[in-house]
Design a protein around this ligand. Structure first.
Ligand code: HEC
Length: 169
């Protein structure tokens, strides 16, 4: 009997609390969802902003028309990948442009302008091989994009370009 009394007393206190907290949970889910629909960028962050503003200037014409002299074969793409993901100095590309190339690398937060999102076909198809080559070599003034001409050979830059074009297929 004592046992039932105990259960009855406990449930008297516990159930209303449980009910309130379920309501609260639903309420907070509701607030979360309406927050996302009012701020759609929260969802875009995961996939990268596309199209995004672009601050980088146009390369000089002698660069613009350059074509990638290397074949897009497995060896060149693999080499480009390892440079992009870890071996390029001073900072690997992925730290800003992201492991998946979407512009959301670890250092990207707070950068203005934001690093290029290589998965954005709309922008990437408008940039020639020569434009990409010039920027990687010389950096982009007024942005965080560093020059890699002191640490990467021309060949290595072209290998990276073969790799980063894969992000927008
Ligand atoms: C410290 C952060 C940072 C690192 C590291 C970095 N980038 Fe960038 N990158 C940027 C920013 C910022 C921009 C400028 C975006 C803009 O133009 O608005 C940019 C732009 C670019 C562009 C766009 C050029 C254009 O004309 O729009 C290319 C290509 C690029 N980076 C390639 C690379 C490659 C390849 C590496 C590694 C070898 C690299 N980046 C490393 C931050 C970085």
């Amino acid at each position: 009997m004592k046992f039932f009394l105990l259960i009855a007393t406990v449930s008297f206190f516990v159930f209303p609390v449980a009910k309130v907290s379920a309501d609260e949970q639903l309420g907070s889910l509701d607030r979360y969802l309406s927050n996302i629909s009012m701020h759609p960028t929260k969802l875009i962050i995961a996939s990268g902003i596309c199209p995004q503003l672009r601050k980088t200037k146009k390369a000089p014409s002698k660069y613009l028309l350059k074509k990638n002299p290397l074949f897009a074969n497995a060896k060149n793409i693999e080499r480009g990948k390892s440079l992009y993901q870890k071996n390029s100095k001073p900072t690997s590309c992925k730290m800003c442009h992201g492991i998946r190339g979407n512009g959301n690398g670890r250092l990207a937060r707070g950068l203005e302008p934001t690093p290029r999102n290589f998965t954005c076909t709309e922008i990437m198809k408008s940039l020639s091989d020569g434009q990409l080559f010039w920027v990687i070599k010389n950096g982009s003034n007024g942005t965080a994009m560093p020059a890699f001409k002191f640490t990467l050979s021309d060949k290595e830059i072209w290998q990276i370009i073969h790799y980063l074009k894969r992000f927008s297929y």
